[in-house]
Write a protein that binds this ligand. Structure first.
Ligand code: ADP
Length: 394
């Protein structure tokens, strides 16, 4: 069964075409700069690459071009071979605790929670509608970033704020990166030779955006992102947890609107804010080598915040079988993994310094003596989207 895994952004469309259940990637690529005269369509297939730069006005045009190229590049003989389309949707609010087949009710539901993710949900919907128009007879599935975290208890998801804000406006912790946390926790159980129901793991998804998740018996019981993806640990440009009174204080001091200060918290904080250099982990680690003090502070602050969450989740889980690192930084930056684990001595966690010098490979990086296994697990959100598409449409 051939299925698409699609991630539509406001000006981009990422895709993978997978042969299921083998989980073989037949093609993958992205259309970038949709809406511009010099949009870029790039696709990888069979060890080959194809790229074209042309005017692509809308997501609909991008999808038509993609489908045309699948045939002209002989990736598929016929579009009828596509039997399912899985769409990543960022926010499912409290409406969606699992993936669902997309119908008009689901589209209305995604729209109804768009207030909670005004940048993402409308973009995801544009992708859904573009595929619906191009392939009206192919069933489509929505896979939500928030769904995996719907198993949290009120003590974890409620803020200590006026209760009516939750009732009237849905103010609560939702959590994000759920598809990644689910994938990685399932792989961790496999690596431990157990079922997810028999395991307690902490997943550290550390990319530009970053969050941790405490997974008990296969279910998310807490996660570090909150009402929005701004909360939790420091990220590339996002602050993570701060005292909210800072927002008002800076707004007065710098004569900025609330929106402007929030923009600073989202786009000018985290790695970039503290280092005053870059939001990219590679740049920071180069600067750390040169002894740049602010870059050292930026990476250490993030590691401290990660370790603090690990400590809290260890207590919440009442023990832990594995701590897993994933995403751009988690999979590649051995230095960050070391900084974090160095702070976990009280839990008896020991990193194997040699084994830790690895990138993007599923492997154990702790010593045999470590109280908790430390695992490196490359995430694969696309395969989860494809699996759910098969599960729901078969
Ligand atoms: P997102 O999907 O949230 O945009 P990614 O998961 O792609 O982010 O992670 C991007 C981060 O991963 C960047 O900070 C980048 O520097 C970091 N990264 C990627 N490769 C490496 C590497 N080889 N060494 C250190 N950091 C890396």
């Amino acid at each position: 069964m051939i299925v698409f895994a699609v991630n539509a952004g406001s000006s981009s469309l990422k895709f993978q075409l997978l042969d299921m259940p083998k989980e073989t990637v037949l093609a993958s690529g992205v259309v970038e700069r949709i809406g511009f005269d010099d949009a870029i369509f790039s696709i990888k297939y069979n060890d080959q690459r194809h790229k074209e730069i042309k005017k692509i006005k809308t997501h609909k045009v991008a999808v038509s071009l993609l489908l045309e190229r699948l045939i002209s590049l002989e990736i598929l003989g016929n579009l009828d071979e596509i039997e399912g389309i899985g769409h990543r949707v960022v926010h499912g609010g409290e409406l969606f605790s699992d993936s669902v087949i997309i119908d008009q009710n689901v589209i209305d539901g995604i729209e109804s929670v768009s207030d909670l993710a005004p940048l993402h949900n409308p973009a995801n919907l544009t992708g859904i509608l573009a595929f619906q128009e191009a392939l009206p007879n192919v069933p489509a599935v929505a896979v939500f970033d928030t769904a995996f975290h719907q198993t949290m208890e009120p003590t974890e998801y409620m803020y200590s704020l006026p209760y009516e804000w939750y009732e009237k406006y849905g103010v609560r912790k939702y959590g994000f990166h759920g598809t990644s946390h689910k994938y990685v926790s399932q792989r961790a159980a496999k690596m431990l030779g157990k079922t997810p129901e028999e395991t307690k793991v902490i997943v550290c998804h550390i990319g530009n955006g970053a969050s941790l998740c405490a997974v008990k018996e296969g279910k998310s019981i807490d996660t570090s992102m909150g009402f929005t993806p701004l909360a939790g640990i420091a990220m590339g440009t996002r602050s993570g947890d701060i005292d909210p009174a800072i927002v008002q204080y800076i707004s007065k001091k710098e004569d900025k609107s609330l929106d402007q200060v929030m923009e600073e918290l989202n786009k000018r904080s985290g790695y970039l804010g503290l280092s005053e250099l870059s939001s990219d982990s590679r740049d920071l680690w180069q600067a750390v080598e040169r002894g740049d003090k602010k870059s050292i502070l930026a990476v250490e602050k993030q590691a401290k915040m990660i370790a603090d969450y690990i400590g809290a989740y260890y207590l919440l889980l009442e023990g832990c079988d594995a701590i897993c690192f994933t995403a751009g930084i988690g999979e590649n930056a051995s230095e960050t993994r070391k900084l974090v684990v160095d702070r976990l001595k009280a839990l008896g966690v020991q990193l194997d310094i040699k084994k830790n010098l690895v990138r993007g490979k599923e492997t154990v990086i702790s010593t045999d003596e470590s109280n908790i296994d430390v695992l490196l697990i490359p995430t694969n959100e696309e395969v989860m989207i494809a699996r759910d598409t098969v599960r729901l449409t078969k």
